[in-house]
Write a protein that binds this ligand. Sequence first.
Ligand code: JFZ
Length: 487
Amino acid sequence: MKSLVPLSFGLLLVIAPCRAGDNTAEVTLSPTPVPITESSEQRDARMSWWRDARFGMFVHWGLYSGLAGTWNSKPVATKGGMEWIQKMVKADTDTYAREALPKFQPKPGFASEWMKLAKEAGCKYVVFTTKHHEGFALHDSKDGDFNAGAKLNRDLVREIVEAARAEGLRIGFYHSLIDWHDANYDFTKAKGLPYPVGGNHESIPRNHSKYIDHLHAQVGELMTKYGPIDVVWWDFSSKGFEGDEAWHASELIRKVREMQPGIVMNNRLYSASTVKNAENEHREFNTAHGDFITPEQRIPSTGMPGVDWESCMTLNTTWGYSDHDHAWKSEQTLIRNLVDIASKGGNYLLNIGPKGDGSIPPETVTLMKGIGSWMKINSEAIYGTTAGPFESLPWGRCTRKGNTLYLSVFEWPKDGKLTVPLKNRVLSCSLLADPSNQLTTNSGPLGLEISLPSVAPDPTAAVIRITIDGVPDVMEPMSTPKAPENP
Ligand code: JFZ
């Protein structure tokens, strides 16, 4: 009997003929909740594009982008998330909006610049902030007036979604659960979650269930007005404030899955259930809480077979744009991160922080185009691959596609000999940068030995594609013979 995993309890949908794809279709939910079950085959089908994609672009953009890390014409900091500037300067929402709104002037065509860069970098999907903790919604919302429709007479979500579709990119909505604007968001209950101001604000009574109504209403607009949405990226919950208590999470999941049956959802409606030792990190991830886990600013030491995961990371140290953060990572680091993450079976969601007018900082353009140049030759070693069969490799990483292995060499062997702890017979072996030239291979005591040209075709990561006979038969790492006990 095929295992049916309860996705969540859902409502029997009364749908007008066309689904969320057609923006005019009014999606009505019928009263009686019915269990939504999904077989693991159905789940694999729903997740397959996301698993094959491996590489996405994250975009943090909001009113904080116009402030650019500056408050009262002074830099607030040179490191750390400037999307949190309201909290860093302890500003109430009115003061914050007064300062920030005038500096948030999206220029025409900003979104296609983002999508063209994402495409050029080799990203397959883009996840952008429809609302961050500041509470400002980028869509033309009928729920409240702190949104682009009311303040700018623009629907920036529509502009961004349409630009993504024009480039054939999948689109995802980051949506903050935390809200530093809504007067009913009860920060006094939200233990472990950030809030910009305290003190006398605590005395004003707040009706958090009214905030939850606002949250669900805006999510409902986002999930019904812009066609098929591929990813939803909630942010974030704590051990002290999560799930149904904080967000009526299972009801939200049910509604979103009904409005967007194909959607892929992250895990942050619940606190990150972290087991911090490398061996069994996140092994117990419960997919009723979402589809994938979200390590932030780090790459897990080992893969997590059976668990879908996506590492999100900044190009410098801030998610939102800052004039004062120049700690840009190197192109080499970013490319090797992508390879490292893919070799462990994960996705890489690499962030850009556009300015208040939507323009992209030149350093960001250079770095993303640099990754794109590498992907032009080597994307076969990333898209549609799974984790490599090796625990670790001294000279690089390995990704896999059936009986084809992609060896990404970071440290080119000085003696031109690359040792791969593999017993299989080699059917073909060549560089992705020079596919027509077969490389010589021999099998030796330490496994497969590949003869390489003296100079690496790419100093960052040179990829060798080998097809082998059968499934990878990995040699146990040679236990270094113990030095005889000194008598
Ligand atoms: C959150 C946001 O606060 C931040 O601004 C950015 O959007 C990032 C992607 O996500 O940052 C977090 C969220 C959760 C943890 C740490 C930082 N956590 O659970 O450790």
